[in-house]
Design a protein around this ligand. Structure first.
Ligand code: SF4
Length: 104
């Protein structure tokens, strides 16, 4: 068996260890839609990333797991450049349209 080095054999102890400390995000509206929430791809332009992150934030706004997700997110040291719990990362590069308007 693959996990023979573990103190307790079997899949259940492994699952318990893997899932310990993870949030219960049952009902997560993002399930199956990672392409909207993921960090910027290496060749992806900033405007495209902003567009999909805005769509992701709208999905979070109507997610039934939002409070649990936010509580979990606050315990994480780093969430890289992903959208989590309705919060989009700050992106380097072109300023958002709303910020450009204020500079005119
Ligand atoms: S709040 Fe957003 S990131 Fe968190 S589970 Fe819901 S849809 Fe996913």
């Amino acid at each position: 068996m693959k996990y023979r080095h573990r103190n307790e054999p079997g899949l259940l102890p492994l699952l318990v260890e893997v899932l310990e400390g993870t949030a219960n995000l049952s009902g997560a509206a993002c399930a199956g839609r990672p392409e909207l929430f993921d960090e910027a791809g290496a060749d992806e332009d900033v405007q495209t990333v902003r567009y999909r992150h805005r769509a992701a934030v709208r999905i979070c706004a109507r997610c039934t797991a939002l409070d649990r997700c936010r509580a979990w997110a606050e315990t994480q040291k780093e969430l890289r450049g992903m959208v989590v719990a309705g919060r989009a990362p700050r992106l380097r590069g072109a300023q958002p349209h709303s910020e450009r308007k204020n500079q005119r």
